[in-house]
Write a new protein. Sequence first.
Length: 115
Amino acid sequence: VQLVESGGGLVQPGGSLRLSCAASGFTFSTYHMRWFRQAPGKERERVATISSVPGLTSYADSMKGRVTISRDNAKNTVYLQMNNLKPEDTALYFCNALRQSDSYWGQGTQVTVSS
């Protein structure tokens, strides 16, 4: 099982990033996919969730209206489009695959929002 995040980087306040998480080693379409983030000294926070079929979505209040989670089951990939980024969005962003008691994590991709 492998989850590999990409797309992080340094962006100015107000900018956008699109994170990707490529999955392998499990039946991707049957898992709920989630994005989390963790800033230094803070607890890990769930950012967004997209369910397995039919792909229902939910978002943390802290980022609602600024992020969109999507998935491409043909490519075994989940995405997180982030807009109007703020310095407080600076964190390590992780993807997670969840199905009942099975839970897999990626290594994360760093997002830094700074001028």
